[in-house]
Structures are given as C-alpha cells and as structure tokens.
Design a binder for this molecule. Structure first.
Ligand code: PHE
Length: 455
C-alpha cells in the first residue's frame, strides 16, 4: 500500500483547483446538462438541478475532499483505513466500477467531439436542420469510425496517466478554461439574438411547475449534478488525497462549484435559444445528439463559423480529456494501492476492460443494430450505461459517503480536517446539518421513489 510519503502533493492551491475543475468541467456541462434539461422538461429541471447542487452536492464535495486529504489514500483505502474491519471499503470499490462504467460511454461521446472538430472545420456538416440531423445519424451509425475514435480517446487518456505529461495538461486548463468560457459567451450572445430565441429562453427559464410532481425529474437532476461535479465515485477523494494541509477545502469547493455550474448554465443559454430558432425543433426527442445537431446550425449563422466551431469542439475535447483522466485515475490508483500492481500494469488492464465495455456503447447508435434498441428498457446501450451509472450509482455513492462522513468517521473529525492549519470554515453548523440529515434523507428518498415508479 502507498504510504503518505510517497504521494505527491499539488504545487499550490491553484494546482488542485485546476485539476478538480478540469475533472468537473467537461461533457457533463456542455453535452449532458442541455440534453437532460431537454429530456426533463426545461426550466423545472434547471430549478431542481440547482437545489441539488447547493444542498446535496456542495456539502458532499467538501466531505469527499476532506476524506481524501485526511487519509491520503485512494477511495477504497480511505474507507478501509478509517473504518477497519467493516464493509465500508465497498463504497470505494463501487466508485472504481462507476469510474470505469462512466468512462466507457464518456469516451464514445468524447470521440464524437473530436470528429466534429474536423467536420466543422471542413464544413462537412452544414446545410439545413434536416441534413445536419442526417449527418449525425450517419456518422454515429458508422461502427468502425466510432470504435477508432473511442480507442483514440482511451489511448490518449492512458498515455497521459502514464506519461507524466499530466501536470502539463492540467496547467493547460488555466488557458483552456477561460478560452472555452469566452467562446461560450460569444455563442450565447449570438444565440439569444436569433429570431425565435425567446421561445427557447422561455423554455429554459420559466418552469412548468407540474413537472415537479414527476420523480424522474428529481432523479435525473440529482444524477446530473453528481456527474457534472465528479462526485459520488471517489474522484474528489483521490484528488483531495494530493491536496496539502495548508489549503482551505471550503474555499476551493466554492470555486469549483461556481465554475462548473456557471458553465453548465451558460451552455443552456446557447442550446435552447439556438434550438428553438430552428423550425420543428423538439428538445425532448433530440437525445444525445442535441448539441451535435443544434451547434452546427448556430455556427452557420456566424461569419467564419466553421473555424469558430472547430475551435469550440477542440476546446470541448480538451475539457473532456481532463475529465477522462480523473475517471481513469480512480480505478488505476485503486489497483496500485490495493493490489500492488505497477502503474503501467494497472493502466493497461483497466483501459483494456473499459474498452471492452465501451464497444456496445460505441456500436449502438445507429438506427438499427444489436445494441441500439434494447428489450425491456428501450433505448440503446449508451443510454442504459448513462442511466445506471449517473442516475443510480453516483447518487448511491454520494449517499453512502455522506453517511460515512456524518456518522462513521464522524463530522467532528471531518471538521478538524476542514479547519486544519487555521483554515476558516464559517458554515460548519450548516454543513453538519446538510451532511448528516439532508443528504442521506433527500438522496435516499429520491432513489427509493424512482425505484418504486420504475419497477
Ligand atoms: N464531471 C465530468 C463532466 O462533467 C465527468 C466526470 C464524472 C468526471 C465523474 C469524473 C467523475 O464531464
């Protein structure tokens, strides 16, 4: 097992914030959030999402980072170390499976964004809404190309984990993130001035309160919040394990949550106004293709739109890569810490397994195919993966983490960690209340209610 001495620490707090923000900001914000808002009925989903971020996810992020920093171990080791002779290590193990499961479909979508750099640069995807949709259908049905792109993403992620260029990539986040935000702002300004944009703004900002009676909206919003903030599977425990004791966990969390949530909200201000300006647009039925069909239409309304679009998809691919790194890191560091494998062996074996699991997600996106219309659940394999891991596994991981920190490790010990070296954490009573009561009760009720209506 690794001892605390052999683990590196971040050079500075901004090193940690950059890595954690790099993990959080990714496809979840720009692809996942608008897609879920579209399927979950617009502004009502946004409202529930924001409540989940503030009352459930932010306190759990504090708990995960504190857990990681205190134990200086990967998730399974952290749980085992703080509660020896118990079964709590299973939460860490669940995180390992979840990291691999999410990466298996995340790498497919990341492959799409890489391909769209090329498609937009060369104007391969252009024309009216119908031809843009047809292009997306044809591209995602091409099994060979999709498998090749998925392996490219997994290969690049594995190389970065092995090659020691990781610090460089994370430092690049410092330039990439502001560039991405600038591009998003320009796109949002263009989108809201398109004819027909008001209908999109209305959909995005005026909640239909009857949707609040639908448990599936709560379940999807909760899952999306965990996914977007990289919580519930140990990514933040792992990153916290490299954080120095002098850094204030509370302040870091505030920055990461604000950054991640603003980028997601901004993406909605682009997709919905732009989408509703296209005639016949239906956010509910667009599914995972939403951004790939709306954005090319938006780029076509901007002078030099193909270069702009290519730059956008390039930045999005880089943002996705800083997330895939953290997804792969969790199972890899687990195997290194608990099985004593070399890093190289762990990366090779875990990446190989993830690739096998990615095959059906990669091949199931055509209109017809073995993995495209699954019996019983309906939908394709990629949808199935996203539902299992995002909507169930992450919230369950978060639920167990909140019980562990609130009641087993105990909040007072967590507070010592949060206040280490005189760091300020003024919201302690509120945080304790949220971790001990609100998180377990809210997540537990949403999961039970969803299970009841589904089965
Ligand atoms: N948060 C990442 C995103 O929004 C995805 C992710 C989930 C990364 C869980 C790590 C852990 O794209």
């Amino acid at each position: 097992m690794n001892t605390s001495h052999s683990r590196g620490t971040w050079g500075s707090r901004s090193g940690f914030i950059l890595a954690a923000a790099g993990s959080a900001v990714g496809l979840g914000n720009i692809w996942g959030f608008p897609t879920q808002v579209g399927q979950g009925g617009g502004a009502a989903f946004v409202l529930v999402y924001l409540i989940c971020v503030l009352l459930i996810c932010a306190p759990i992020m504090v708990a995960e980072i504190a857990l990681g920093r205190h134990s200086r171990l990967s998730p399974a080791g952290a749980f085992r170390n703080l509660a020896p002779d118990s079964s709590w290590w299973i939460v860490g193990a669940l995180g390992v499976a979840t990291g691999a499961g999410i990466l298996s479909f995340y790498s497919v979508i990341s492959g799409w964004t890489i391909a769209y750099v090329w498609f937009t640069a060369t104007s391969a995807v252009s024309g009216n809404a119908e031809s843009v949709n047809r292009f997306f259908e044809a591209f995602t049905s091409n099994g060979i190309v999709n498998l090749a792109l998925t392996s490219l993403v997994l290969g690049a992620t594995a190389t970065i984990l092995l090659g020691g260029v990781r610090a460089g990539i994370e430092r690049a986040t410092k330039t990439l993130m502001p560039a991405l935000i600038v591009l998003l702002l320009i796109l949002a300004m263009r989108a809201v001035t398109l004819p027909g944009a008001e209908a999109g703004l209305d959909y995005y900002m005026r909640p239909d309160l009857t949707r609040l009676l639908d448990v599936s909206v709560f379940n999807a919003a909760l899952g999306q919040a965990f996914f977007s903030l990289s919580l519930g599977m140990g990514a933040m425990i792992t990153y916290g394990s490299y954080l120095g004791r002098r850094e204030a966990i509370g302040t870091s969390t505030v920055w990461i949550v604000i950054l991640d949530t603003s980028i997601a909200l901004l993406a909605g201000f682009i997709i919905f106004p732009a989408g509703f300006s296209i005639s016949g647009f239906d956010p509910t039925s667009s599914g995972p293709g939403l951004i790939f069909t709306v954005l090319p239409r938006l780029f076509s309304t901007i002078p030099g739109g193909n270069l702009f679009g290519a730059a956008f998809f390039l930045l999005l691919s880089m943002a996705a890569l800083t997330s895939t790194i953290s997804l792969l890191e969790v199972p890899v560091s687990h195997c290194v810490d608990t099985r004593g494998w070399s890093r190289r062996k762990a990366v090779a074996i875990v990446t190989g397994c993830v690739f096998l699991l990615a095959i059906p997600s990669s091949l199931g996106n055509g209109a017809v195919g073995l993995f495209s219309d699954l019996p019983i659940i309906g939908g394709n394999f990629l949808d199935l993966m996203a539902t299992i891991w995002n909507n169930f596994s992450l919230p369950i991981g978060g639920l167990l983490t909140s019980i562990f920190v609130g009641r087993v490790w105990h909040v007072n010990r967590a507070l010592d960690e949060l206040r280490a070296e005189g760091a300020s954490f003024p919201v302690a009573p509120l945080w304790i209340f949220l971790v001990k009561w609100v998180c377990p009760v809210a997540i537990g009720s949403i999961i039970i209610a969803t299970a009841l209506v589904t089965f």
